[in-house]
Write a protein that binds this ligand. Sequence first.
Ligand SMILES: Nc1ncnc2c1ncn2[C@@H]1O[C@H](COP(=O)(O)OP(=O)(O)OP(=O)(O)O)[C@@H](O)[C@H]1O
Ligand SMILES: [Mg+2]
Length: 385
Amino acid sequence: MASTPVTEDQVIDALRPVEDPELHRSIVDLGMLKAVQIRDNGVVGVLVALTVPGCPLKGEITRRVSEAATELDGVESIDLEFTVMTDEEREKVRMLVHGGGGSATAGANQAHGHAEGREIPFAKNSSKTRPLLISSGKGGVGKSSVTTNLAVALAEQGYTVGVVDADIYGYSIPRMLGTDRDPVVIDEMLVPPAMWGVRCISIGYFVPEGQAVIWRGPMLHKALEQFLTDVFWDEPDFLLIDMPPGTGDIALSLAQYLPRGEVFVVTTPQPAAQKVASLSAAMAAKVNLPVRGVIENMSWFTGDDGKRYEIFGSGGGELLAQELEVPLLGKLPLVPELREGGDNGRPITAVDPDSEAAQMFQQIATKIAVDMKPKKVFSEKLKIL
Ligand SMILES: Nc1ncnc2c1ncn2[C@@H]1O[C@H](COP(=O)(O)OP(=O)(O)OP(=O)(O)O)[C@@H](O)[C@H]1O
Ligand SMILES: [Mg+2]
């Protein structure tokens, strides 16, 4: 066993790799580790400052800190106490991870553009995030279900993923994803809750249960802007946007905020739905964003007899894809488990990965992430003379 007692510095070094479960940064770098005290018999006192009182992830932090500390020779157990950061400390954390310019890696750049606000990080040319706008011409075709399951599939493939529920009046992502808590606010920075590896923001977190959102024009605009700027997204690989049905204000605002967005149109198989869906493509043209693919949903139902029944007809997805000259990325079956998973926050892609629907979501995710990965654009400026 260890003959020399452990030092405070050794404990601090051992705790350096421990990350805050929400901010994904070292608790030492974040200033959360307040004090370390070596006591008798291998007991180490540790004081951790939580970013906010009643931090929902206190248990997880306890587990991580204990595990890392007791791995050290000479540390038998820890006596962990918690305190809460002051406003100034929280401001420092926010500056450190979110900066003034919306990107953690950009350091402490001051915000450009309008004085009070920050830039939309996803609008920058240097952004590595691909915004995927999941849209359709009419309601109820499965946009939110596709958004949720596609997000889970991408996360399972190892990508970092965020979801913006842009359906302000008909929000549904928190329920479908099954997030169990609200965003945490650190000095006006919103830390989104995560579930199945997917972070999510929705107006649903800000309105009392059962109450309708009655905002119009400018308020809607402001809310969406905040979803993109004040939320700590931490440069995910993908940001999926669950679009509201139709071609209203929200679509126009989003297009303006996400000039690098890629539109994916969800449709059902009947040719009539395809006509409506083409409206959505017209919208994409109007806002000058490219449609990259079509996803057909509710394509068939497999009966007890093992036969596929095409309840909503067939061919709609192919027709639309042809018309738009984009690929049909996949056809999803109609399965009760998919609806149930949406109702109880257990997406089929997460809980039944071998099912036909989950496999299809995985295939679509691979097509988008790998086959449709943007090629590096040659830049004149980079030419070595
Ligand atoms: N492939 C499917 N199999 C079974 N049920 C499905 C499938 N796709 C969607 N559903 C169900 O159909 C309903 C509508 O789907 P969803 O809410 O995803 O559509 P939407 O296009 O987002 O609707 P809205 O326009 O209201 O936002 C939900 O109850 C959902 O669970
Ligand atoms: Mg929806």
